[in-house]
Write a protein that binds this ligand. Structure first.
Ligand code: SF4
Length: 486
């Protein structure tokens, strides 16, 4: 569906469960023959965490493999956001079970949110699981593996108030060598009533900016041309220098990252509507290399439902924020998340979601019907009382509207000019390349002399619902066509 968007809410079905393999992890110490296989599910934070895990494992001599049958350690980095994600993980564990039968001694570990949420239950119910490791305990993996190798279960699900893995240089597994994700904070202090994240990922903490900037600079020096600053709620990033008492907020961090090089594109995700400030918007407008794209989940367009969701803003407040974004950056694209059929949602309240979508003119959205998660505030406080067929019908109305808007967005692009960062060879033809606009739209174009990892200028000629098609133009034509009137 809407899957060409690397945001933290990423539900890129094609990526779910990808085994990392592209960049083999170097063996540094220990047993050079040990191999690990890892699958990741869920949001981009999980994919990013898998790169941290790979780095920790490399330090104790593990290299990665895409072939689970030859691995000594099978890891699954899990998601608890929806029941379906947990079901998928359980199915994968059955598959790993067969590998264990064939190759006794292979260890199986569950990482991430599901490990945190189900803890002991996983060890009891899934007898084949040897390791259960929460998102703040990855540094302990070598010890836990040793424990499991001795025949005991390795479990560590302690949530930390400090851990940011700031000194770990992630191994860029599965990378295209052009764009990379850089985690700037962990956890979340918001208590949206439908969400498990505060329980599975713990309290919010920001990583020190020096290590973030060092990581981004290193990526740039290695040829990467785009970083996406990741966090559950990046706009509440805050770091205080213990020596000088100087504070750095997200707008500052964004600017510092953009200043590494004008040739380094900066994206970020996810923004919370209550926290994104004018200072962030102004810095976005000021720097050409900060991409004009904001993922700003609304969840519902109705103030009563937003209150029940504990989103801490109402409809009017959100609409004002949207207007402010377009006022400061008329060319900015905005995307969203929507939940259909939250507890007690009336037909009129659902209509408010449809109407706010039209006001916001989202370029794309991640859309789901409400799925109750155990132990969340909504589970404790509200009845999940909307019948499934009503939830599904409302969701289909939301999807239909988004499809129309996405189509219209793309239609309007025909004849426009864009600067794109070339990411890869097109899936459909090796004679075509694909790259993104600042607004996060994928453009496919005949490759000619263009090179992956560089910028190019294109004119849009055609479109499908998901992709723009264009051809290369020279810089002079692009500048002429996009110059602002005096
Ligand atoms: S902001 Fe809300 S939805 Fe997002 S991670 Fe935090 S609690 Fe969950």
């Amino acid at each position: 569906m809407y899957n060409n968007n690397p945001t933290i809410k990423d539900i890129d079905e094609s990526k779910q469960g990808d085994a990392f393999f592209k960049e083999q992890v170097a063996n540094n110490t220990g047993d050079k023959n040990k191999k690990f296989y890892i699958e990741s599910y869920g949001c981009q934070m999980n994919f990013s965490d898998s790169e941290i895990v790979a780095s920790i494992l490399a330090d104790v001599g593990y290299s990665s493999t895409r072939d689970m049958e030859e691995s000594d350690l099978i890891l699954i980095n899990t998601c608890s956001i929806r029941e379906k994600a947990e079901d998928t993980v359980r199915k994968r564990l059955r598959v790993f079970d067969k590998i264990k039968d064939k190759k006794p001694g292979t260890l199986v570990g569950v990482l991430g949110c599901m490990a945190e949420r189900l803890k002991q239950k996983l060890l009891d119910q899934e007898k084949l699981v040897d390791l259960v490791v929460g998102p703040d305990a990855y540094r302990d993996l070598p010890n836990l593996i040793a424990t499991a190798e001795d025949g005991d279960k390795g479990i560590n699900v302690f949530l930390s108030r400090e851990e940011t893995y700031s000194n770990i240089n992630p191994v860029r597994l599965g990378s295209n060598g052009v764009s990379a994700f850089v985690t700037i904070m962990r956890g979340c202090d918001n208590m949206c009533s439908f969400c498990v994240v505060p329980f599975t990922r713990g309290r919010e903490r920001s990583r020190d900016p020096f290590s973030i900037l060092a990581e981004c600079t290193d990526l740039y020096n290695r040829g990467f041309r785009e970083v996406t600053l990741l966090g559950q709620n990046v706009d509440s990033y805050k770091w205080k220098n213990p020596d000088t008492e100087e504070s750095i907020d997200f707008a500052d961090l964004l600017e510092l990252t953009a200043n590494i090089s004008p040739d380094l594109r900066v994206r970020f995700s996810t923004s919370h509507p209550k926290d994104i400030t004018d200072k962030v918007l102004m810095n976005m407008a000021k720097h050409e290399n900060i991409c004009k794209y904001i993922h700003l989940p609304v969840q519902s367009g109705n103030s009563n439902i937003l209150k029940k969701m504990n989103r801490t803003y109402d409809r009017e407040w959100y609409i004002n924020k949207i207007h402010r974004i377009y006022e400061i950056m008329p060319d900015c694209a905005i995307s969203s998340d929507m939940i259909a059929g939250f507890c007690g949602e009336t037909e009129e309240e659902h209509q408010d979601t449809l109407s706010i979508m039209e006001i916001a003119q989202y370029s794309m959205s991640y859309m789901f019907f409400y799925s109750e998660r155990p132990n969340t505030l909504a589970h404790k406080k509200y009845e999940d009382d909307i019948p499934l067929e009503v939830k599904k019908r409302r969701l289909s109305e939301i999807i239909r509207l988004q499809n129309q808007m996405s189509f219209e967005h793309n239609r309007k692009e025909v004849g426009r000019y864009h600067k794109i960062l070339i990411e890869k060879v097109s899936k459909k033809s090796d004679q075509e390349l694909a790259g993104r606009t600042s607004q996060n739209k994928m453009v496919v174009f005949p490759r000619k002399e263009a090179i992956i990892g560089t910028y190019a200028y294109v004119k849009i000629d055609d479109f499908t619902s998901a992709t723009l098609k264009g051809h290369l133009v020279d810089e002079a034509e692009y500048l002429e066509q996009t110059k602002q009137p005096n």
